[in-house]
Design a binder for this molecule. Sequence first.
Ligand SMILES: [Zn+2]
Length: 217
Amino acid sequence: MLYSAPSFTRPAQCGTLYTSYGTNNMTINAILQARAGAKCELCSAEQALTAFVVPHSPASDDDHSVAICDTCRGQLEQPDTLVVNHWRCLSDSMWSQVPAVQVMAWRQLKALSGKGEVWAQDLLDMMYMEDEAKAWAEAGIADEDDDSVPTVDSNGAVLQEGDSVTLIKDLDVKGAGFTAKRGTLVKGIRLTNNPLHIEGKVNGVQIVLVAAYLKKA
Ligand SMILES: [Zn+2]
């Protein structure tokens, strides 16, 4: 599945913690940071990490996210930029005790094996996963034909038709001449063709809102 390239400007970094908005790209929190131990959970790079919600997950909490570096993220989001040798790192990370990491490793090895990388298939053959993690990993592969990307809010929570959301920042509504204030509740949202946008009524006007500036209510 494809994710659109993050088209945001990253705010100033503060150690390895920073906030950024964009699809599937959320603030890394202390729990994930502690679990990752300041190293990318996939390639062990000691770089700034961001939380990446494992696609096709039953939830978008820490248990279903991995803390990864920009190199891994870039290649996951843009599979056409994949550098095969970078993913040799999976021979270590596939042994992680964290199911989310196992799922990411399994799917990436599967993708590499599909490209004819024999070593990746060898690793897959050795890999051990609990049934639950295996089913989760396979859910991603089964849905591969369906290239619909979920619409997610600023926390990575999946938004559904009819949900209520609140704005997490003031937004100028172009053309309508007002500012939608931070904290405004928008009920009964509608999804659009673009996973980055939803539609909702603010001040009685139906407007398009950027999902990354919303929080599920
Ligand atoms: Zn990495």
